[in-house]
Design a protein around this ligand. Structure first.
Ligand code: KIV
Length: 276
């Protein structure tokens, strides 16, 4: 059955943990969907893990629509949440609603996600009023990496923790159905989760959030660029892929693959004599 915003609401009431993983293409989305995850995030992390940028800032609306449409075709039961890329919602409420609409119409997403709290509450309210579910994202928001001076844990001091709590309250008030808490101390995430009526989804926020999200390449060891402290290797897929690639190279080079007749097609070979 398709997961929707109602699944999130009910899960919070029933204290059932929500699972979310990123995906950026059809085949991976299909595998993740078939595994039974509740929602798939087409994160702008695609800039780093799929396109090789050093941060998420260069990701465009066109990139997001292209990848969201592919994921949506592969996700039968998981709710598809598409990230709004840097500078697609900050400048004006109108532009935010227009771009959220494009992710729904052209990307066939089921919801959008955007970074920020108090400052983007008007955008969240307007997008929700347009009939589009919004997942907020606060704490260490990667699109603000330059303002933070790097990908750093947020909310450790009293003032910083208060800001994150205020952001959480603001996004709930604006109508978000869920909020991602990224790289914040787990005690603060617990406090926010207990206070909010909407679902909290943690990434580097400890075990007390209502749900969890990870970048799929991080949790199956497919991305060797950088491994965050908060992730865990659930399967060594990167190594299995490399083993497969090496075996292929060896068999092609030593003539073991392709093999007749297993991998080949027959013809009446007397026809070859007729060729001029
Ligand atoms: O872009 C992304 O993958 C994200 C997650 C890290 C939450 O925003």
């Amino acid at each position: 059955m398709k997961n929707t915003v109602l699944t999130f609401q009910q899960a919070k009431k029933d204290h059932v943990k929500q699972t979310m993983l990123t995906a950026y293409d059809y085949s991976t989305a299909k595998l993740i969907d078939e595994s039974g995850v509740n929602s798939i995030l087409v994160g702008d992390s695609l800039g780093m893990v799929m396109l090789g940028y050093e941060d998420t800032l260069s990701v465009t609306m066109e990139d997001m629509i292209h990848h969201t449409a592919a994921v949506s075709r592969g996700a039968k039961n998981a709710m598809v949440v598409a990230d709004m890329p840097f500078m697609s919602y900050e400048c004006s409420v109108e532009e935010a609603v227009h771009n959220a609409g494009r992710l729904m119409k052209e990307g066939r997403a089921n919801a959008v996600k955007l970074e920020g709290g108090v400052t983007v509450a008007p955008q969240i309210r307007a997008i929700v009023n347009a009939g589009i579910p919004v997942c907020a994202h606060i704490g260490m928001t990667p699109q603000s990496t330059n303002a933070f001076g790097g990908f750093k844990v947020q909310g450790k001091s009293a003032a910083a923790a208060q800001k994150i709590l205020d952001d959480a309250r603001a996004v709930q008030e604006a109508g978000a159905f869920a909020v991602v808490l990224e790289c914040v101390p787990h005690a603060l995430a617990k406090r926010i989760t207990e206070e909010l009526d909407i679902t909290t989804i943690g990434i580097g926020a400890g075990p007390d959030c209502d749900g969890q999200v990870l970048v799929y390449q991080d949790m199956i060891a497919m991305f060797s660029g950088f491994t965050p402290k908060f992730t865990k290797t659930f399967a060594n897929v990167g190594e299995v892929m490399k083993e497969g690639f090496r075996a292929y190279i060896e068999e092609v080079q030593n003539g073991t693959f392709p093999e007749v007749p297993t991998h080949t097609f027959k013809m009446d070979e007397s026809i070859l004599d007729e060729l001029k």
